[in-house]
Write a protein that binds this ligand. Structure first.
Ligand SMILES: [Zn+2]
Length: 333
C-alpha cells in the first residue's frame, strides 16, 4: 500500500498536464474576494454543494466579478501560475467566450484578450498553455455553431480545442454535430463533456462524433464493451474525482470508477475541474490517486503520461515531459 512506501516520490515534481479545468472556476478564492470587493459585490463560497444547480449559480457569481480585460488577464496568469506550482508543464483551461458580453464585450473581443493573456502568461510562467473554447449546451446548437466559428478563427498556436459544457441530459451531443464539424475542420481537438451525469450511451456518442478526449466520461465504467472500445482507442478521459463527488455524479470517492477505468486499460488524466468551487487542485487529485485510490507511483506516472500525450501541446514539449516522467520514476524508492 502507498502508506508503507518508504520513500514516496514528490508528486509536485511529476511532469503533468492539466486538461480539464474551467477558467473562471479555477479562480483563486482570494482573487474572487478581491474582485468582488472591487466590484462592490458580496460573495460567499458555500462549503458544500447540495446539487448541480447550486453549484452552477455559484459559478455564475464568479463570472460576474470579471469586469474588464485586466481582470481577465489576471485570471489567466494566475491559472497558468497555479498549474506550474502543481508541477504542470502544460495547461488547457476552457472558456465560453460570450461569458462577459454585457460588461466587457462580445466573444470576438474576449478571444483576443484571452489569447494575448495566454501568450503573456506562457512567457512569464514558463510553461505551455492553450485555450479550449467551449460552447454551452444550454444555449442550443445555433450558439454552439457561433462558438465553433469563433474558435476556428483564433490563433491555432493559442486555441487548442473545442468543448461542450453544461446539461448533457437535456442537450445531447448529437444536437451539436454541425458545431463539432466546424471545429474539427479547423484542426481543433474535440473535447466535449460527456458521461458525467449521462450514461455510457453519452460517452459512446461522443466517441462516435470524433472526440479526441472526453471530459469526465466516467459513466463508461458501467459498460464493459464500451470500456474495451475506449481502451483500444486513442481517446483519453479527463477525470475529476473530487468534482464528481462534490456535484453528486458519484456517491463517494470509494464508489468512484477511476480504478475500474484504469484497470480496464482506459487512458485517463486527472484534473481539478473547478478548483475554486471544490477546494481541490491538480496536485490534490494526484494525491488522491495515491492516498484514496492506493495507486502505485508507476500507475500515477502512467496517468501523467496520458495527460501529456493527449494534450494539444507541441511535440517537443511532449517529448521533454515524457523524459521528465521517466526520470521521476527512475528516482530511487
Ligand atoms: Zn468540467
Amino acid at each position: 500500500m502507498a502508506q508503507s512506501d518508504p520513500a514516496r516520490r514528490n508528486l509536485r515534481e511529476l511532469p503533468k498536464a492539466h486538461l480539464h479545468l474551467h477558467l473562471v472556476g479555477s479562480m483563486r478564492p482570494e482573487t474572487l474576494t478581491a474582485l468582488a470587493a472591487e466590484a462592490g459585490m458580496a460573495t460567499a463560497i458555500p462549503e458544500s454543494f447540495v446539487d448541480f444547480r447550486h453549484f452552477y449559480s455559484t459559478y455564475v457569481l464568479a463570472n460576474r466579478v470579471i469586469r474588464d480585460a485586466e481582470d481577465l488577464g489576471r485570471l489567466v496568469l494566475e491559472v497558468v501560475e497555479d498549474a506550474a506550482i502543481d508541477g504542470a508543464v502544460w495547461v488547457e483551461p476552457t472558456l465560453y467566450l460570450d461569458s462577459f458580453t454585457e460588461v466587457i464585450g462580445p466573444g470576438e473581443l474576449i478571444l483576443d484578450i484571452v489569447a494575448d493573456a495566454m501568450r503573456s502568461a506562457r512567457d512569464e510562467v514558463g510553461i505551455g498553455a492553450r485555450l479550449i473554447v467551449s460552447a454551452d449546451r444550454d444555449l442550443g446548437p445555433a450558439d454552439a455553431l457561433r462558438q465553433a466559428r469563433l474558435a476556428a478563427r483564433g490563433d491555432p498556436g493559442v486555441i487548442g480545442g473545442f468543448g461542450l459544457v453544461n446539461d448533457e441530459l437535456a442537450y445531447p451531443i448529437e444536437d451539436f454535430t454541425e458545431a463539432l464539424e466546424v471545429a474539427k475542420d479547423a484542426g481543433l481537438a474535440l473535447v466535449p463533456h460527456a458521461g458525467e451525469f449521462g450514461g455510457p450511451d453519452h460517452v459512446s456518442a461522443a466517441l462516435g462524433l470524433g472526440a479526441a478526449r472526453i471530459q469526465h466520461g466516467i459513466a463508461a465504467a458501467a459498460d464493459k464493451a464500451l470500456l474495451g472500445r475506449l481502451a483500444r482507442s486513442d481517446v483519453c478521459l479527463d477525470v475529476c474525482p473530487t468534482s464528481n463527488v462534490a456535484v453528486g455524479a458519484v456517491e463517494s470517492l470509494k464508489a468512484h470508477p477511476l480504478p475500474a477505468l484504469v484497470d480496464s486499460g482506459v487512458q485517463v488524466s486527472l484534473n481539478a475541474d473547478d478548483s475554486l468551487l471544490f477546494g481541490c487542485s491538480l496536485l490534490s487529485e494526484y494525491e488522491l490517486a495515491r492516498d484514496a485510490f492506493g495507486f502505485s507511483d508507476r500507475r500515477i506516472a502512467a496517468i501523467a503520461g496520458s495527460s501529456i500525450v493527449h494534450s494539444t501541446a507541441p511535440e517537443p514539449l511532449k517529448s521533454a515531459a515524457e523524459a521528465g516522467i521517466r526520470r521521476w520514476l527512475d528516482r530511487a524508492e
